[in-house]
Write a protein that binds this ligand. Structure first.
Ligand SMILES: O=C(O)CCC(=O)C(=O)O
Ligand SMILES: [Fe+2]
Length: 299
């Protein structure tokens, strides 16, 4: 037995993806990848172990600019219409970095933007789809579709941060383990530790049903976890994470425009096709969340 192994036993330090300790045969938890024509063995092992992957510079800056412009355009349209929800999913009307009314969480954006619709289906993302399985589809008309987020830290913001959660919660509401799902996340701003940003607990995707439900109070709990990993991003970076992985978005230490963080998410999923439509009902947890936002002065 080597000195290192003895030390590990004494301290109880078995390889643990959540604590960033090296796992034999798997690249370090801080590794960032390049997206190629296929998923490499290193990438698929990394995803199995830690429950996420971070790819640098997957969208060009030009594409990022168009996506930001589409987010602004759709927001202006919804503002003009006085729209309150899309396919039963409430809009988070709050404030933008400039203090003007803004939809801080926009569901189903691909339904309103051919560019976004094509973008999430682009060929370059096929290798990522292959990670989910053969019958994978882009869930842009299911769940909340392609969601565009606008986090800002200003008075009146209803979305300065996002509490701990797993994306498979909805499935848990039906008392079934979540269907296999990867959440595809495109990052539209440069985000470092002081900007809050995406925090995840590597390895929590292998937990059982109870841990997925009760490890932390969903959405209302924001405290730092000693095992959390801060995901620093540049515009155009892509993260994909397992639907069972615990994650949150931290509050920026900045305020106003400097605190702006935009991200775009869409599920890659399998299982029964459950598209939403204008007649879809508002899920219970969205009704609770809307009630909480109204208490804080949002709409
Ligand atoms: O904005 C992010 O990076 C995370 C968003 C998220 O976790 C969610 O919408 O479920
Ligand atoms: Fe999430």
């Amino acid at each position: 037995m080597t000195e290192c192994e003895v030390q590990a036993i004494v301290e109880g330090d078995t390889p643990d993806p959540g604590r960033g300790l090296p796992v034999p045969g798997v690249l370090p938890v801080t590794t960032k990848f390049e997206l190629g024509a296929t998923i490499t063995q290193d990438q698929s092992r990394f995803l199995d172990t830690y429950g996420f992957l971070h790819f640098k510079g997957v969208a060009t800056l030009e594409e990022v600019e168009i996506l930001r412009a589409e987010q602004d355009r759709i927001q202006a349209e919804w503002f003009a219409e006085g729209r309150e929800s899309v396919f039963g999913i409430p809009l988070f009307w709050g404030k933008g970095g400039d203090g003007m009314p803004a939809v801080q969480r926009m569901p189903f954006t691909s339904v309103f933007s051919p560019f976004i619709r094509d973008f999430v289906r682009d060929e370059r993302f096929l290798p990522i789809q292959s990670l989910v399985g053969k019958d994978v589809r882009v869930g842009d008309e299911e769940k909340d579709g392609v969601v565009m987020n606008r986090y800002v830290n200003v008075p009146g913001s209803v979305y300065p941060r996002l509490g701990w959660h797993t994306d498979g919660l909805r499935d848990l509401f039906y008392l079934r383990m979540p269907q296999q799902m990867l959440n595809f996340g495109l990052h539209l701003d440069r985000i470092t530790e002081e900007d809050g940003g995406l925090r995840l607990i590597p390895g929590t995707h292998t937990q059982g049903f109870l841990s997925m439900l009760f490890r932390k109070p969903h959405f209302v709990y924001h405290r730092r976890d000693k095992k959390e990993l801060m995901v620093a991003t540049d515009p155009g970076d892509l993260t994909v994470h397992d639907g069972r992985l615990w994650h949150r978005v931290g509050l920026s230490t900045k305020t106003g425009m400097a605190s702006l963080r935009r991200s775009m998410y869409v599920p890659y999923m399998t299982g029964p096709f459950e598209p939403k439509s204008p007649d879809s009902k508002t899920p219970l947890y969205h009704r609770w969340a809307r009630w909480l936002r109204r208490l804080k002065g949002g709409r």
